[in-house]
Every structure is written in structure tokens, then in C-alpha cells.
Design a protein around this ligand. Structure first.
Ligand code: ATP
Ligand code: MG
Ligand code: MG
Ligand code: MG
Length: 470
């Protein structure tokens, strides 16, 4: 049976509720009391205090579907079948309660009995030193030893800076030859999209101080994470996360706006998928109170938004289109995230302002960038000067990463040290003449008119706490 994405989310949460887990709502994308993280990037991130014992969890077993942003995957988006900057992570968690036996058995039960996946297509992996997990897969579940893969630290030891960590067991699904790279050694663990990693079961038994020192945690925990979009991809047997029912609806909308057809031009397809992904990130980020700025989370938002706008131009879209797309995001996701519907007017307004702002300068900026490229070609230069990059940033609103990315496509780079220097001069000037109305090109007052409470709070926060992170 073909289950929709929204249905699968519910099936997962209901399943773990039936195993005595407390169903909790997704936490905000903005971390709470956690300066080690700019944006929530996994289901366990907002639950850290429960893992470390700093806070008492409402129950020892919890299940969530957590909104996540991973800007680290930005280069993959549109190019692989399985990466988005935004995705939903399903998870079941044990705080000093059950451990490896139950976690493995339930993941198997969910896959084979609840959603009905073919067991012969599933391949577990374990950390190379974790014989305990190997034996559970082999003896309890009955998987042949040659179907269980042992991987090293890079793949099967979960660690994100300081905090709880431990060995993991990941479950892969073989989508068949048609998705393979065709290389002779292609098997589980290959970077291509045939054996797709779906579920990560982390056996959190250590606490890391971030400097390579591990201490055994008093209580052993379970932290699992499965991309809902990936689950839907294999259950619906579609080529990529961009073909999953709800996400395809969004992709279709992008095509409709651009008057193009999917799968007619490989480069355009990348832009279509990229916009489809980025508008999800942007819509969810705005609904969680993040506003565009040149620092911290606000910068991530602005960069994704402007990157999407530029790819819209590449597809021939003229004028504003992001607010229209966000409507589809809200329509297809409000089931799991009612806050989207509640904040929709605010989301439209903010998107409209930010996009209109960029639209005033984007075409001019792109023209100037083309001219600069030509000059570089003529002079046999390879590096755009920091001053030019700064001018594009300051006058035309091109985030440095956007300029870099456009130039890299043509084999050029940017003098980043020069850019930073120009930026510092600007910063100093702005600091000397600090005003509440304008900081580094972000017209704060415009956003304050939409919602004073949200904007004033977060601008200060971003600027003060996170200015060094980017
Ligand atoms: P990959 O190796 O495919 O990049 P990962 O090992 O980085 O994935 P984990 O950190 O183990 O991913 O996260 C747990 C699960 O979350 C993954 O098994 C996958 O299902 C999902 N996931 C991770 N990154 C993404 C992403 N960028 N887009 C969609 N789903 C993701
Ligand atoms: Mg990854
Ligand atoms: Mg991986
Ligand atoms: Mg993984």
C-alpha cells in the first residue's frame, strides 16, 4: 500500500506510542539554551538536557517528529536523491530505559510489519567494535552475517561536538539497480543513491567533552533518527525525496510558476529541486520567528531565500514567487505543523518584503557579476577581488556564499580575506553610528511593522550571540 508522507509520520508516532512512548510535538528550529548549535539538526538536539541528566524528561520513552535544518548539506541539495536542507526527523528515545535489544527489534518491526517493506532489501550496519549490536541483528532478528555491515567511526559513531554520543546501527534500503552508480564496488555504504540510508539508531552511552574525551554515561540511552522524506521515498518507491507526494506537489508548483516541465533539462531540474527544498526551509524558519539578517540564523535564512530567488531567475521566473510557493508548503505540512497555518499571514508578508527587496537589486547584481566574470576572463584572473564581492553584498544584497557559488560554477573564486576586511571597515562604521533602524543592510523597522515582538527580540539575539559563528 502507498502511504502518504503525512500518514507515515502518524504511523511512526502511533507505533511508538503503542510501545509506551510519550508523543511530543516538534521543537522549534531555534535551539533553546544551546549555544553550540545555530539551528536544530536532529531529533535528539532539543532533547539533550534529558540525555545528559540536566533535566528530568516527562517520560523515559519519548517519540517525536522534529523539523531539522542542515545547511551543511546545501551542496547536495538538488543533486542527490536524498538530501534537503530541510527535513523531518522521526525518532524514538529512551532516557535510561530500554537499550539496544528493544531499539533494534522495534525498528525491524516498524519496517517489516507496520509499513511492510521487503526484508530482503533491508541491510543493517553496526559500528565495527559493536559485537553486541551485531549479535542482536544476527541472532535475535535473524539477519545473515554477510548482510550486516561493520563500519568505522566516520559512519557509525554518532557525535556532534560536545554532548552525548555513542556507536550506532544504521539501516539501509536497496532501491535496486536502476538507482545505482554501476561501479563494481557499489554496495551498502556507497555514496550513490541505490543503498539509501534510512534510519540511524544511536546507542548513546558516552558523553563527549568535544576534545576527544569520553566518559561512560550513568544511564544508557537510545536516540534514533529517520528522515521522514526518505522513508516516504522508499515506501512510495519513487526516485527521490522530491517525488514524495507532498513534496512533489510543491515541485509541480515550481514548474507551474516557471512554465516548465520537470525532467526536460538536467540543469533546470537541479534548480527546480533546489527551490522546492529551500522554500520549505525558509517557510519553517520564518514560522519559528527567524528573520532575515546578515548574521547567524537570519543569515542562513537570507542566504537560502536569495539562493532560491536566483535559481528562480535561472528558470526564467520574473518577479516575486516565493510567497506563492510557501502557500503550498503550508497546505501540505500544516497537518503535522499547525503553527504554519496560524502564522501564514506573517510568513507571506515577511517573504514578500524580503523578496521584493532583493528583486530590486538582483538583476542588476547578476549583470554586474557577469561583467566582472568577463573581466576576469580577459585578464586571465581567477579571483574576484574582496572589494567587488563586498560591493555585490552591500549594494546588491548578494550574500558572500551566493557570489562564491555563482563564480565557482565558472571556475573562479573570491578573495575572502579582502571581503572580510571590507566588511570589518563597514562594521566599525556601523558600530560608531549604531542606530536601531538599520544594521548592515537589514532594515529592521520593516519587519518590526509586521510583528514587533518577534523581530526586535531576535535581531538582538542573533547579533549578540551568534555574530562569530558565521
Ligand atoms: P547521509 O549519510 O545520507 O548524509 P547522515 O548519516 O548524515 O545521512 P544522520 O545524521 O544519521 O544522517 O541522520 C539520521 C537520518 O536523518 C538519516 O538516516 C536520514 O534518514 C535523515 N537525514 C539526514 N540528513 C538528511 C538530509 N539532508 N535530508 C533528508 N534526510 C536526512
Ligand atoms: Mg549527511
Ligand atoms: Mg550517513
Ligand atoms: Mg547517518
Amino acid at each position: 500500500k502507498q502511504y502518504g508522507l503525512n500518514e507515515l509520520r502518524k504511523m511512526f508516532l502511533d507505533f511508538f506510542e503503542s510501545k509506551d512512548h510519550l508523543k511530543m510535538n516538534s521543537f522549534s528550529l531555534v535551539p533553546h539554551n544551546d549555544k553550540s548549535l545555530l539551528l536544530i539538526n536532529s531529533g535528539m538536539a532539543p532533547l539533550k538536557p534529558y540525555f545528559t541528566g540536566q533535566e528530568i524528561p516527562p517520560r523515559k520513552r519519548v517519540t517525536t517528529c522534529q523539523k531539522c535544518i542542515r545547511t551543511g548539506d546545501i551542496e547536495n541539495v538538488g543533486k542527490t536523491a536524498r538530501h534537503g536542507t530541510f527535513f523531518e526527523m522521526l525518532g524514538n528515545f529512551s532516557f535510561g530505559d530500554y537499550f539496544k535489544n528493544e531499539a533494534i527489534a522495534w525498528s525491524w518491526e516498524f519496517f517489516t510489519e507496520v509499513v511492510g517493506l521487503d526484508p530482503d532489501r533491508l541491510y543493517p550496519s553496526v559500528y565495527e567494535e559493536d559485537d553486541e549490536a551485531f549479535d542482536i541483528w544476527n541472532k535475535e532478528i535473524g539477519i545473515a552475517p554477510e548482510r550486516i555491515f561493520r563500519f568505522g567511526k566516520a559512519d557509525n559513531f554518532w557525535e556532534h561536538g560536545a554532548g552525548p554520543c555513542g556507536p550506532c546501527s544504521e539501516i539501509y534500503y536497496d532501491r535496486g539497480e536502476k538507482y545505482g552508480c554501476g561501479e563494481p564496488g557499489c554496495t551498502v555504504g556507497c555514496e550513490c543513491d541505490r543503498y539509501i540510508e534510512v534510519w540511524n539508531n544511536v546507542f548513546t552511552q558516552f558523553e563527549s567533552d568535544g576534545n576527544g574525551n569520553y566518559t561512560e554515561l550513568e544511564q544508557k540511552n537510545i536516540d534514533t533518527g529517520m528522515g521522514l522524506e526518505r522513508l516516504a521515498t522508499i515506501v512510495q518507491d519513487v526516485p527521490s525525496i522530491f517525488d514524495v507526494d507532498t513534496i512533489k506537489a510543491l515541485r509541480d508548483k515550481v514548474c507551474e510558476i516557471a512554465h516548465i516541465t520537470y525532467q526536460e533539462d538536467a540543469n533546470k531540474d537541479i534548480s527546480i529541486r533546489l527551490i522546492t527544498d529551500h522554500i520549505r526551509s525558509v517557510t519553517f524558519m520564518i514560522s519559528d520567528g527567524i528573520i532575515p539578517s546578515n548574521e547567524g540564523r537570519g543569515y542562513v535564512l537570507r542566504r537560502l531565500l536569495r539562493r532560491a530567488a536566483r535559481h528562480g531567475r535561472l528558470l526564467g521566473v520574473e518577479g516575486r514567487f516565493l510567497a506563492t510557493l510557501s502557500k503550498t508548503v503550508i497546505e501540505t505540512s500544516k497537518d503535522g505543523y499547525p503553527e504554519l497555518e496560524e502564522k501564514k499571514d506573517y510568513i507571506f508578508k515577511l517573504l514578500t518584503i524580503e523578496e521584493d527587496n532583493f528583486n530590486k537589486t538582483i538583476d542588476q547584481g547578476l549583470n554586474i557579476l557577469s561583467e566582472l566574470e568577463e573581466e576576469l576572463n580577459k585578464s586571465d584572473g581567477k579571483v574576484l577581488s574582496g572589494e567587488d564581492a563586498f560591493k555585490l553584498y552591500d549594494t546588491y544584497g548578494f550574500p558572500l556564499d551566493l557570489t562564491k557559488e555563482i563564480l565557482e560554477e565558472k571556475g573562479f573564486s573570491v578573495d575572502e580575506a579582502g571581503f572580510n576586511e571590507a566588511m570589518n571597515v563597514q562594521r566599525q562604521t556601523a558600530r560608531n553610528a549604531r542606530s536601531t533602524t538599520n544594521y548592515m543592510g537589514a532594515d529592521v523597522t520593516v519587519y518590526q511593522q509586521i510583528d514587533p515582538s518577534i523581530t526586535s527580540e531576535f535581531v538582538g539575539y542573533d547579533y549578540l550571540e551568534y555574530s562569530s559563528k558565521i
